[in-house]
Design a protein around this ligand. Sequence first.
Ligand SMILES: *Cc1c(COP(=O)(O)O)cnc(C)c1O
Length: 380
Amino acid sequence: MGIFGEYYVNMMNEKIFVTRSSMPPYEEYIEAVKPLWDSRLLTNMGKYHAELEQELKEYLDVPELSLMVNGHMALELTIQAMGFPEGAEVITTPFTFISTTHAIVRNDLKPVFCDVKPEDGTIDEAKIEDLITEHTVAIVPVHVYGNVCNVEEIQRIADKYSLKVIYDAAHAFGVTYKGKGIGNWGDASVFSFHATKVFNTIEGGAAVFGDHRLYEKLYNLKNFGIRGEELVTEVGANAKMNEFCAVMGLCNLKYMGRAIEQRKVLCEEYEKRLSCISGIRLFKTKLEMSRNYGYLPILVEDNYFLNRNELYEELKKQGIYARKYFYPLTSDQACFKNKYRDADLKCARELAEKVLVLPVYEELHKGRVENICEMIEKIV
Ligand SMILES: *Cc1c(COP(=O)(O)O)cnc(C)c1O
């Protein structure tokens, strides 16, 4: 039965997952894709692809944007587009989704893992300079959970050593910092529109940047380098977004304001209640940023009644499927066979042991959030 007794599961007999994909009203989507049955233009940078690129540029407040088949390919191709020499070093963080690290490794570059900060989980900018060598070419930080990195200090370091900065902004859709879209920092930023993200196109993603030459480069990389019926100018991959996904994006985008408002109410309820519990810690967000309320990560500290894994199991017994994002660290994953075990990642390892992401999505009932908080409070 578990430590929370017959608290929830037997009352509701319903499962609550960490997230639930946003979808527009059915009729609205069906109406919007109807023209595709006449045109039969299902992909290859069609009308809706162009419309969504335009609307997202405005929404994200960025000068240039290239839509992609998913967030991972957006990151992998953006790194490729920079043309770094094989084997060069890229400073990044292990406290992220595996995609960040894979995008570096799959470009034949060497990830150099930097520790993160305990207060928000973003890369510890004070530790970056010590990791720079003559082989370093770039920094790939992550706005993890939508928490904004110290973009100013990262840029200062990048300028000093002539490094490129590519942000993994997969969690930061719609986040602003100092009144500007978060994608305006660094040489480029990458967003994910995966079904589980705040904004989705089913699968999808985008790279944003200031330099129009990068748009042309990414266009080649996402479409085989085809530049004419009989002309291929580059060895590109295929990473185009299709028209059905683009229409999904256009429909979902209309509801973003409301979606973020709904998430905000839930996150504020969680934060109000959980911040009073000793042993439960919340991440800090910068004052000058706006949030998208995509995730509600908590840290289960040593003075809490249970450890993180125990709390995870107890919630699960009640039908609450919280997630250990991000555990293990990407640097510790099986595919890397202990190659990065010696990296100094004390804080990242600690966060990975303590973090638990609680359910947040638009239609999650506020009463359920209260139930979850009560469960976490009750055993203290
Ligand atoms: C989701 C995610 C990605 C990859 O995005 P996909 O659209 O799933 O390919 C990359 N980085 C982070 C941090 C993510 O959470």
